[in-house]
Design a protein around this ligand. Structure first.
Ligand SMILES: [Zn+2]
Ligand SMILES: [Zn+2]
Length: 682
């Protein structure tokens, strides 16, 4: 039998010398207290199926090292499916696998460890700082600190340097298990009030602490074996954050950082961050004068400035035409609908929290969060026969949904938005074809904007309504329609809405980020609740199937994605200003004005910059505005009676007449939109 002595020898490097006796007792208790005797030998099954026998009490690091490959390749282990430290010792037969830093879980462990190292660095530099919580998050980590004054950019540089020093010392991360009361004593002694508060709420009797060097933290783990495993990290920003996210609490300082398995991966990510920052639609929205928000007016409500409004107008005109071309009918419903109707649809019971209500002449109304209801009222306005179906009602419907102020985010998360919404009412046997047509529509539109996309089908969840036959038919229609196109898709089992299965389309932008846009949802409940029927071939009344679908989704959100995708440099067909006429001096003013008017007559969206500014200044400004064409008018142009356009990328075109130039722009727009948008769409 392997005794505690051997374990002590193996474990000793892990403890502080100063309190090693204390640690020893804790360690002993943790490792041997619970299970009693450790067997002499242990059978380890690796996840690839191999088996090997090891002495009892062997560490996972030793087991994985013996399994081939250096133990340095692993940063943690999976023990019977749970993620644990590499220095965890085996007390019974187990299934084991290594966790590499390349895996998602490995990265999370690395980043969580980095947050501990950052906290240690902060405590070393700012001993009065109190630590709160420090988790790994998507793409990085953070830690919240209570400090008397906010951290500066310079502080971050010092903290980073201190972290590098801690990393170079290769301090072991040591897990200790102790009673909740003992842990409270540890943190009370250190004045760590936030940890004490957390501990007081933990229901468990035993908790685990992790120590590296002189820093100790309340933590479930696991962690990297020692600080030397942190190879590539960067602190990215600092922001205020309320303790527990509650504004009645104290404001803490949250430092964000990120960590990767190697320097190349870190640099790639930092480059991406820089690029994302440059493309941030909130910044570009201001710079390009597209839209704004106003607290005075109300949070989450977009105000379209002229240049933003014209883009939206182009999108809407494009959509109306494309819908009409595909046999949709444009409809319009009111914004206020009687609350009784929302009760009947189920929105009042299930969606009330997100709705706005008002009362007029003692009658309660709800502001629509969705456009479905008036479309159904239109359907019910007369008797429908199978010959009328499918009916496709399209509305650029403006809806209001209450979103918490904390989650509002530029154009991406707003309270008022307009959807390119349609409801298709059809016979069950028409569903397959309808879905196929919608998929074609989505593919064509995504192609025009240059997005690639992924499709997901969500199937029947628990507690759903509708018959097995309904669900099977609809789900098969969705799967069949995508498969027929040869488009790869993933199935999200049980993720459908309670009223029917759906397809979600996630587009990928220029930075390979995924955004939800189109969605196609089958619905068995609303036709039932509103008793929608049609007279079938048999002369009997039947229930139609209803499909809710959007192509772009919320126009606001789509515009936000477009701005970031194009980094504000819209293609000519979508650019709010396609060309700008710039004068060298006032001498050319008359000709410049004529050119400007002529181009406007020809349907070009054109501006004239006749300010008495230096030419270089005016050119720079047009570049910042990312205008596709610049037409500088100098003496030569006036003498020749023509213009010499220059593209946004710097290419200088030959001299031409305004008519030829307008033709060139039109061709460019038509080419980019597969013939759908030329000049004069608006
Ligand atoms: Zn932790
Ligand atoms: Zn709907």
């Amino acid at each position: 039998m392997i005794t505690g002595i051997l374990i002590l020898v193996r474990g000793v490097g892990c403890f502080f010398i100063v309190n090693w006796l204390y640690s020893f007792s804790l360690f002993f208790k943790a490792d041997l207290g619970a299970g009693g005797m450790i067997p002499d030998s242990i059978q380890v099954t690796f996840e690839d199926g191999r088996r090997q026998v090891f002495p009892g009490g062997v560490s996972l690091g030793e087991v994985l090292g013996a399994s081939g490959g250096s133990d340095r390749a692993w940063i943690a282990a999976r023990l019977d499916g749970n993620f644990v430290d590499l220095n965890r010792r085996l007390e019974a037969d187990a299934t084991v696998a290594g966790v590499s830093v390349e895996s998602d879980e490995g990265l999370e462990i690395l980043r969580h460890s980095a947050s501990h190292i950052m906290a240690q660095a902060v405590k070393a530099l700012f001993p009065e700082a109190r630590v709160a919580i420090g988790p790994a998050i998507e793409k990085g980590f953070y830690y919240d600190f209570d400090v008397s004054k906010p951290f500066t950019e310079e502080d971050l540089v010092h903290i980073e340097a201190k972290m590098a020093e801690i990393v170079s010392r290769g301090l072991a991360f040591c897990r200790k298990e102790l009673s909740r009361e003992e842990a409270i004593t540890v943190f009370e002694k250190q004045g760590e009030v936030y940890k004490v508060e957390l501990l007081e709420e933990i229901p468990a009797d035993t908790v685990s602490l992790y120590e590296q060097g002189d820093f100790v933290d309340l933590c479930r783990g696991p962690h990297i074996p020692d600080t030397g495993y942190l190879k590539a990290f960067k602190l990215t920003s600092v922001a205020g954050a309320y303790w527990r996210g509650d504004e009645r609490n104290r404001m803490l300082q949250r430092i964000y950082g990120t960590a990767f398995g190697d320097q190349a991966a870190l640099e790639k990510y930092l480059h991406y961050l820089e690029e994302a920052h440059k493309r941030d639609h909130r910044r570009l929205g201001k710079e390009l004068d597209l839209f704004s928000f106003s607290d005075e007016l109300g949070a989450g409500m977009v105000i379209y400035h002229p240049k933003g409004a014209i883009i939206r107008h182009i999108l809407e005109a494009f959509e109306k035409r494309e819908h009409l071309r595909r046999g949709y009918q444009i409809v319009m419903g009111p914004t206020l609908l009687k609350t009784d109707l929302w009760k009947r649809s189920g929105h009042f019971d299930h969606y009330r929290e997100n709705m706005y209500f008002t009362e007029i002449e003692e009658q309660s109304y709800g502001i629509k969060p969705m456009n479905c209801l008036s479309h159904m009222i239109i359907y019910k306005s007369k008797i429908r026969s199978y010959r009328d179906l499918p009916l496709r009602f399209f509305e650029l419907g403006t809806v209001h949904r209450h979103e918490k102020s904390g989650v509002l985010h530029g154009l991406l998360r707003v309270r008022q938005f307009t959807q390119d919404d349609a409801h298709i009412l059809c016979m069950p046997e028409q569903l397959h074809k309808e879905i196929q047509d919608i998929i074609d529509f989505v593919i064509e539109v995504m192609g025009i904007f240059g997005f690639s996309y992924d499709m997901e089908i969500s199937t029947r969840p628990e507690g759903s309504i509708g018959t097995d036959q309904d669900w099977e038919r609809a789900t098969n229609a969705l799967i069949g329609a995508i498969s027929d196109k040869g488009i790869p898709f993933t199935i999200c089992e049980g993720e459908g809405a309670f009223y029917g299965p759906k397809i979600d389309v996630k587009l990928r932008d220029a930075l390979d980020r995924r955004w939800q846009c189109a969605t196609i949802q089958c619905d068995f409940t609303l036709p039932e609740r509103f008793d929608l029927t049609y007279i079938g071939v048999d002369g009997q009344r039947h229930r139609p199937v209803m499909v809710h679908r959007v192509i772009l989704g919320a126009i606001e959100r789509f515009l936000g994605v477009l701005i970031e995708h194009f980094a504000g440099a819209f293609p000519t067909w979508l650019a709010p200003v396609q060309a700008i006429v710039v004068t060298v001096s006032d001498v050319q003013l008359d000709f410049a004005k004529l050119t400007h008017e002529r181009l406007r007559d020809l349907g070009v969206r054109v501006e004239l910059d006749d300010r008495n500014e230096k030419l270089g200044y005016k050119i720079r400004e047009a570049q910042v505005q990312k205008i596709p064409y610049m037409l500088v008018i100098g003496d030569r142009e006036v003498a020749a009676g023509s213009i010499s356009p220059r593209r946004r990328d710097g290419t200088q075109l030959e001299t031409m007449t305004p008519e030829v130039f307008a033709g060139l722009i039109e061709k460019e727009c038509l080419d980019a939109t597969k013939g759908k948008v030329g000049l004069g769409i608006i």
